[in-house]
Design a protein around this ligand. Sequence first.
Ligand code: AMP
Length: 411
Amino acid sequence: MASKFQAPRGTFDVLPEQARGRARVQRVAAEVFARAGYEPIATPAFEDTELFVRGVGRSTDIVVKEMFTFEDKGGRSLTLRPEGTAPICRAYLEHGMQKLAQPVKLFYAGPFFRHERPQAGRYRQFHQIGVEAIGTDSPLADAEVIGLLSDLLAELGVPGVELRLGSLGSPESRRGYLEELKAHLRDNEGDLSQDVRERIEINPLRAFDADDVGTQEVMRTAPTIVESLDGEDAEHFAEVRALLDAAGIAYEIDPTLVRGLDYYTRTIFSFVCEGLGAQSEVGGGGRYDGLIEQLGGPPTPAIGWAAGIERILLALGEEDAREGRDAFVAAATDEQRHRALALAAELRNAGLSAEVDLAGRGLKGQLKHADRIGARRVLILDDDGTAQLRDMDSGEQRPVDPGRALEELGA
Ligand code: AMP
């Protein structure tokens, strides 16, 4: 009987068939990152609430609407991490990583939590992989981290990927632009959604991200930040573009690109996959040159990105794959079961995948079970010390010397 309990809304179980595809994504990612000298890091699943309020931004959707916040028994306010960058910056400062050779290049993978309305590709517990290069403002770092995500998606075989690129400038140069943008929004206030209208003063950039048709119409004629970049910001952006061109990484400049977190400065980017529908972004990120200072550290420019593992798997259209077995060792009689187990162990030691019956099935039942678990060949041990090797695809069976089982199975 099914239990009355279900996984909480917006969460899911990762069953063995799905766990394999996930493990591959993580394995390939770790390889791609290691080749470029990025080191693994892991931080706790929850942090002081204030870290996200200050880091991600008081007026962002994440902080206003989406955090899983709770009080612990000591009366502290804690929050299940909605993102990985603020925690890593906290760890960077806490462990004095500014004393290490800069930039410090890190990667991570793990679960994140946002109380969003669940839909395909959007969950309340999801998993991200991400990288951070902390301690450099060089455009070379921008090109390197963007290149890592591009390489990873290519190596995984994610189809139909496009890179959108923008720049938010530095906070000083953005100030003038934001005034222009606010003036445009105020001039068209009547056509904006209530949500956007209420946030003209505190977060006008978010209007570019609105789903509402009226707001989108207003934003079509809005001034864009990319057009208003000047001085070092414009130079930095030009250099990033030149480096991507030189690396053969195709991109499209998207002057309306904004991201849902306040800490971004200068370069921002988003990898989208057309096949994904409404939640089309597989990964994205940007520079956050002011975040570490905002968390109480010295001025430390940095850049990074995060990609959603579920989105990557959706984009890959990954079927739930069950891996086959190289061999199943069947016992024709109960007396042969201990031999079957020993032989399976020998095969495993030689690097083959092998299983035996653990449920007391008769020979017929064992063959049926071997077929169900996708065993390619079955070695049947007979009482008289002989054995038969059965090919499960062709159904052919022939006598073999059980002493030569390893060779027969190609170990
Ligand atoms: P963000 O941390 O918002 O910049 O998002 C980075 C990536 O994480 C996105 O491109 C998605 O692939 C993934 N992501 C963000 N939020 C969710 C969610 N609620 N469910 C599934 N994946 C998500």
